[in-house]
Design a protein around this ligand. Structure first.
Ligand code: SF4
Ligand code: SF4
Length: 188
């Protein structure tokens, strides 16, 4: 994995809260901040487990995201998605946009709409996802749909994205299963 030169997590700790961690050496529920998280970043940085050393969100690895996309500032955690991609695409990896900030406020912004439109128009698999309650899997919806193409044609992308947020909010979330035990770092 190649990291974008000069790009640093800084004070961002978004990926220490939202994803589930299920590894023999460390476990954490989705939506629970890791208890090692401090205002200055990881409190056990030098000895953090391998999964924490190896994981980077797409903001750290994909050139197309500008500086403003840092997850703690934008409210969006971009990630690489390999599941749920139709065989119709040339690409086997897409971009997921997890809305960790205020979902409606995010989708009403032009930079977010432009990103989705550009991705869809260039046949890049784009997904929008919303974290579930603590301990549950996120909800995810593909943006490469007939509805979105129609909205792009009609100039109603904001409305279409707000409708997506409504779908995500009404999702029947499923629990995230953690199979390992022994070092649960989920803060209360
Ligand atoms: S141990 Fe891992 S999940 Fe916890 S704060 Fe450090 S980097 Fe984040
Ligand atoms: S979400 Fe991305 S920028 Fe934020 S701490 Fe994780 S890897 Fe770094």
């Amino acid at each position: 994995m190649t990291l974008i030169p000069g790009r640093d997590c800084g004070a961002c700790t978004v990926c220490c809260t939202w994803p589930t961690i299920n590894k023999p050496e460390i476990q954490k529920q989705s939506g629970a901040t890791c208890r090692h998280c401090t205002a200055a970043g990881c409190g056990i940085y030098e000895t953090r487990p391998p999964i924490c050393r190896e994981y980077f969100c797409a903001w750290r690895t994909v050139e197309i995201f500008g500086e403003d996309w840092r997850p703690d500032k934008s409210g969006v955690m971009p990630y690489l998605e390999t599941e749920g991609i139709s065989q119709d695409f040339d690409l086997s990896t897409g971009i997921g946009l997890m809305l960790v900030g205020n979902p409606n406020r995010i989708v009403r912004q032009r930079w977010f709409q432009d990103f989705v439109v550009t991705g869809v128009m260039n046949s890049i698999p784009i997904f929008i996802s919303l974290p579930g309650p603590r301990g549950y899997q996120a909800a995810t919806v593909s943006m490469n749909s007939e509805d979105m193409l129609e909205a792009i044609k009609r100039g109603t992308v904001k409305d279409a994205l707000e409708a997506v947020v409504k779908i995500l909010r009404g999702w029947k979330f499923t629990p995230a299963v953690i199979t390992h035990a022994g070092n649960d770092v989920s803060a209360p």
